[in-house]
Design a protein. Structure first.
Length: 95
């Protein structure tokens, strides 16, 4: 099992645009084979900070996800609304 934690900071005033685009990304990603969980959270103390938390069946399904049309279309749009590129950490379940 693969867990992905992607943290990003929106350009001030672009939070609603990030949420709208992310909603589409989340809904489309949840339809993918191998997607166990896909959610976005907004920091309670700083509304410009967002974290995507994804759970994938395995490395293969995660890699296929990154090549889907919705990821290739939406992620560049999200990057344009962020202060800098998201910090993405990928974990493998060990216990």
């Amino acid at each position: 099992m693969i867990k992905v934690v992607a943290r990003s900071v929106a350009i001030q005033g672009k939070e609603d645009e990030i949420i709208a685009l992310s909603k589409e990304l989340v809904l489309e990603s949840r339809k993918e084979v191998g997607c166990i969980r896909y959610e976005m959270y907004q920091d309670q103390k700083n509304a410009s900070v967002f974290t995507m938390i994804e759970t994938w069946q395995d490395e293969e399904t995660f890699q296929k996800h990154k090549e889907t049309p919705h990821v290739k279309r939406i992620v560049p749009q999200l990057n344009a609304l962020r202060v800098e590129k998201a910090v993405v950490d990928v974990y493998t379940l060990v216990i």
